[in-house]
Design a protein around this ligand. Structure first.
Ligand SMILES: *[C@@H]1O[C@H](CO)[C@@H](O)[C@H](O)[C@H]1NC(C)=O
Ligand SMILES: *[C@@H]1O[C@H](CO)[C@@H](O)[C@H](O)[C@H]1NC(C)=O
Ligand SMILES: [Zn+2]
Length: 556
C-alpha cells in the first residue's frame, strides 16, 4: 500500500539517471516497496513553474468584503501542524503518491494565519477553555466553558453569576435571526460542542450524575440539560454527534445505557419543546435513519441525531454511523433553507482522542475524514456569501522526526538510519504517552519486532518519552485557514479568542459593526433585510441630496 523510501538519497541522486530503476530494499525496510523521485521534480523548471502558478493565484485574489450570509467554523480537535503534515502525507500515500506533495482540502484555502491557544491559567490548554476562546471570544480558565475568567473551576456560585457568562457566537447569530447548528464526532455534551451553548464551571458536568449534589440544589444544571432546556441550545436547528447516555435516565430499558439520576428523559423534553413550538422535528440514532431524513421530500424543522451512547466510533471502526462528511451535508441542507443565513459549528473531535492514546494511524485517518467534510462544505456553499474557517483548538505532542527519505511510509520507521543504539525508530513519536520507548530492561524497544506495528494495526500506540496514561496536548500555535467573505482578516498571528469576533464582523453580528455593515449592505444591494441598518442609509441619502443641492446652487 505504501511506497518506500529512496535509499542512500544523497549518493543515489548521482548514481541513477532520470529513468528510475528499482533500488534494493533497505535492511530495515520490512513491508514497503521502493519509491522514486518524480523525474520532473529534478529540474529547476518544475519548481519555478510551481511558484509561478501559485503567484498567479495570489495576484488574482481580491478581498471579498461581502457580508457573510453564512459562516461555518470547523475545529479539528488536537489537529496540530504536525498532524496536518502527517495526515496530508498519509492521504497522499493512500493515493499511491509519495505523499509529501499532497495537500488537504483546507490547505487550498487562500488565507491562513496562526492562533495562540494558551488559556488564562494554562500554558498548554484544554478543549474547554479553548472552546470558550474560539466560540465566545473570551479567554478563560482551564476546564471552564462559556464563562469568563472571574470563575473558579467547579464553583457553582461563579457559574450562576450572570455577569460571568460569555455567550457564544451561536447565541449572537440567533439574536440576529440566523439559523444555527452543531455537528461533532464526540458526545454533543463534550467540551468543544458545549462551547456553543453551555455555561459551566466544570467541563465534566455532562449529565446530572456528574454534578455535585450541593451544586444541583443551588440550581446549577448539567451540560446535557442546558442543551435541551436553555437558550441557545433549544433553538439549534441541527444537533448531531454522540452522547445519548447523557440525555437518558439510568432506568431506561431495555439496554439501561442512561446516566441521568434525575429521572428525566431529555429526549422527551426536546420533543415536547418542539411540539410546543408547533415545529416538525425528528430524532435519529443511526446512519440509515439519518439518510432516510436526508432523502425525504420534506426535511423536519429541527433535527437531533445521537449516533452513539458515548463518542461516535472512529471512522475506521464505525458501523451504521454517519461520517463527518455526511453529517455536514445533512446539516448544510437543513440550514441553507434559512433566508437569513446560518452559523454552523463542525468538530472533528476524535483526532484528539486518537492522539491521547498515541494512535497515530487513527489520528491521521480522522484528520483525512475532517478534510473530506471541509471539501463537502465547500462544494455545497458559495464562497461569495459563505465564510469558512478551519482550525484546531490546540496542538498535541506528536512529532514527525528523524531524516526519513522522500516517500517513506509516514507511519513506518525512518529508513535512512537507526538510533545510536543500533535500533530503528519511528518517524512519528510522542513526547509523552502510554507506550514507552524504553523497555523494562532499560533498552529502547525495537518496534520492528512488534507485530501490531508491522501490520499497521489501527490501535498501535506510537512510542513516547515520558510515561503517562494519556498523551497530553501541546502548547504551540495552531493554523487557521479561511475562505469566503472577510477571510482576509484571518492572517498573521493572533489570539485564538479573536476568531469569533472576526467571524461576527463578517456576518454583521455585533453592535460595534454598524458602520461597516451599512457600507457592506449598501454594496450588496441597497435595501438590506436588517432594519437596523436602514436609518443611517436614509440619513446619508438625505445628506447627499442636500449637498448636491448646495453644490448646484453654488455652480449656477
Ligand atoms: C465575579 O464572580 C463573583 C461570584 O463568584 C461575583 O460575586 C462577582 O461580582 C464577579 N465579579 C464581576 C466583576 O462580575
Ligand atoms: C440508577 O442510579 C441510582 C443512584 O446511583 C442507583 O441506585 C440505581 O440502582 C440505578 N439504576 C440502575 C437501573 O442502574
Ligand atoms: Zn484532548
Amino acid at each position: 500500500m505504501f511506497r518506500a523510501g529512496v535509499l542512500f538519497l544523497f549518493a543515489c541522486a548521482y548514481c541513477y539517471e532520470d529513468t528510475s530503476t528499482p533500488k534494493p530494499k533497505h535492511v530495515l525496510d520490512t513491508i514497503m516497496s521502493p519509491a522514486y523521485i518524480p523525474t520532473e521534480e529534478k529540474h529547476s523548471s518544475y519548481w519555478k513553474n510551481s511558484a509561478k502558478e501559485h503567484l498567479k493565484l495570489k495576484l488574482a485574489e481580491h478581498h471579498n468584503k461581502n457580508k457573510a450570509k453564512n459562516a461555518i467554523l470547523f475545529i479539528g480537535d488536537g489537529m496540530s501542524l504536525a498532524t496536518v503534515m502527517a495526515a496530508r502525507t498519509y492521504a497522499g500515500q493512500l493515493e499511491r503518491g509519495l505523499g509529501e506533495e499532497n495537500v488537504l482540502e483546507f490547505e487550498k484555502f487562500p488565507i491562513s494565519g496562526l492562533a495562540r491557544t494558551y488559556c488564562l491559567d494554562a500554558q498548554v490548554p484544554d478543549s474547554a477553555c479553548t472552546a470558550t476562546s474560539y466560540l465566545s471570544g473570551v479567554k478563560t480558565k482551564y476546564g471552564v466553558i462559556g464563562l469568563d475568567g472571574n470563575v473558579t473551576r467547579g464553583s457553582c456560585t461563579s457559574q450562576l453569576h450572570k455577569a460571568n457568562w460569555a455567550p457564544s457566537i451561536g447565541q449572537w447569530a440567533l439574536d440576529r435571526g440566523f439559523d444555527v447548528g452543531l455537528v461533532t464526532t464526540t458526545r454533543v455534551t463534550h467540551a468543544s460542542p458545549a462551547g456553543m451553548y453551555a455555561h459551566t464551571s466544570e467541563r465534566n458536568w455532562e449529565s446530572d450524575a456528574d454534578v455535585p449534589e450541593e451544586c444541583l440544589s443551588m440550581g446549577c444544571h448539567d451540560i446535557a440539560y442546558q442543551l435541551i432546556a436553555n437558550d441557545p441550545g433549544r433553538q439549534f436547528k441541527v444537533i448531531m454527534g454522540g452522547g445519548r447516555r447523557e440525555f437518558l435516565p439510568n432506568t431506561t430499558t431495555p439496554d439501561n445505557i442512561g446516566k441521568r439520576l434525575d429521572n428525566t428523559d431529555l429526549l422527551d423534553l426536546w420533543h415536547e419543546d418542539k411540539v410546543g413550538k408547533k415545529a416538525t422535528h425528528q430524532y435519529v440514532t443511526d446512519r440509515n435513519e439519518l439518510m432516510k431524513v436526508f432523502n425525504s421530500d420534506e426535511l423536519p424543522e429541527y433535527l437531533l441525531g445521537l449516533f452513539n451512547n458515548d463518542h461516535m466510533a472512529y471512522h475506521l471502526k464505525a458501523e451504521n454511523e454517519p461520517t463527518l462528511e455526511e453529517m455536514v451535508e445533512v446539516a448544510i441542507k437543513m440550514l441553507s433553507r434559512s433566508s437569513n443565513g446560518y452559523f454552523l459549528f463542525v468538530e472533528g473531535g476524535r483526532i484528539d482522542h486518537a492522539h491521547h492514546d498515541s494512535y497515530a494511524y487513527l489520528a491521521l485517518d480522522e484528520t483525512v475524514e475532517y478534510s473530506k467534510a471541509v471539501k463537502k462544505a465547500q462544494l455545497l456553499t458559495n464562497q461569495e456569501d459563505t465564510l469558512i474557517v478551519v482550525t484546531a483548538d490546540h496542538a498535541h505532542t506528536m512529532t514527525v522526526a528523524g531524516y526519513p527519505s522522500r516517500g517513506n511510509d509516514i507511519l513506518g520507521i525512518v529508513d535512512t538510519t537507526t538510533g545510536m543504539d543500533g535500533i530503528p525508530y519511528t518517524t512519528i513519536s510522542y513526547a509523552n504517552g502510554k507506550a514507552l520507548s524504553i523497555s523494562p530492561e532499560g533498552k529502547r524497544v525495537d518496534v520492528t519486532l512488534n507485530q501490531q506495528f508491522t501490520s499497521r494495526a489501527h490501535d498501535y500506540s506510537y512510542p513516547s518519552l515520558v510515561p503517562l496514561d494519556s498523551e497530553t496536548h501541546g502548547g504551540e500555535d495552531v493554523a487557521v485557514y479561511s475562505s469566503g467573505p472577510w477571510s482576509h482578516l484571518f492572517t498573521s498571528s493572533f489570539e485564538q479568542s479573536a476568531i469569533p469576533h472576526f467571524m461576527a464582523y463578517a456576518m454583521c453580528l455585533g453592535d460595534d459593526h454598524h458602520f461597516n455593515c451599512r457600507v457592506r449592505n449598501h454594496h450588496n444591494g441597497f435595501w438590506s433585510s436588517n432594519a437596523v441598518y436602514h436609518r443611517p442609509q436614509i440619513f446619508s441619502i438625505v445628506l447627499m441630496s442636500i449637498s448636491a443641492v448646495i453644490v448646484s446652487i453654488r455652480l449656477f
